[in-house]
Design a protein around this ligand. Structure first.
Ligand SMILES: CC(C)(COP(=O)(O)OP(=O)(O)OC[C@H]1O[C@@H](n2cnc3c(N)ncnc32)[C@H](O)[C@@H]1OP(=O)(O)O)[C@@H](O)C(=O)NCCC(=O)NCCS
Length: 176
């Protein structure tokens, strides 16, 4: 499945396939603070962000990823990024980060809930994976809201060199 041209609408958000149009905003907003509990590190320069978008678009084209941006419905203000990685497997992985100014409005939950609903309709999966650092309480609320259960725990050094204690939540498809 090609995910180069998808838009999902929720009450407050649009989740839209990533394009180069968002290069500056991703570069500006993906800061060290935002990346604290994430595996990737902030980009050194805008070229690095451009390479990330280019490879994401190739994966979206190949059907191995759905890398999207999160926008405010109506204004189309850039809020952050969200993804379902490895969509060609039975265990796709969810990811989300929002810019600092957009925290505290439960947009993270709204976006990931919409991605889960999209996966339920479009993917044939066993469970979705949501790995999250133990101390990342706002993020942990998201899989817990979706009925996810912690199935694995491990230590992982992220690209910034911080060792994170990861809880891996599994979120299941609806029972039919
Ligand atoms: C994860 C993220 C997307 C969630 O953002 P959000 O949707 O704005 O989340 P909110 O601030 O609205 O908080 C969500 C929930 O966490 C709770 N929460 C917030 N801070 C908390 C804290 N320090 N301790 C406990 N609970 C907390 C809120 O009360 C809310 O609870 P509710 O769902 O029961 O109402 C956002 O924090 C983010 O982008 N973080 C940086 C990147 C990141 O860590 N991504 C996740 C990687 S796994």
């Amino acid at each position: 499945m090609n995910t180069l041209n998808i838009t999902i609408k929720t009450d407050n958000l649009l989740i839209r396939s990533i394009t180069m149009d968002y290069k500056e905003q991703i570069y500006r907003e993906f800061t060290g603070e935002i990346a604290t509990y994430l595996y990737p590190k902030p980009p050194e320069d805008m070229e690095e962000t451009a390479r990330f978008i280019e490879s994401s678009m190739k994966e979206n084209q190949a059907g191995s990823n759905f890398q999207a941006v999160v926008l405010r419905k109506g204004t189309e203000e850039f809020l952050g990024c969200a993804a379902i990685h490895n969509i060609h497997t039975t265990t796709p992985e969810l990811g989300i980060w929002l810019k600092k100014a957009s925290h505290g409005k439960a947009y993270g939950r709204e976006a990931v809930t919409a991605l889960k609903e999209w996966a339920d309709k479009n993917l044939d999966y066993e469970h979705l994976i949501y790995p999250v650092a133990l101390e990342n309480y706002p993020s942990r609320k998201i899989p817990e809201h979706l009925g996810g259960k912690v199935v694995k725990e491990y230590e992982e050094k992220n690209m910034s060199g911080t060792v994170l204690h990861i809880l891996e939540y599994w979120i299941y498809p609806p029972v039919v």
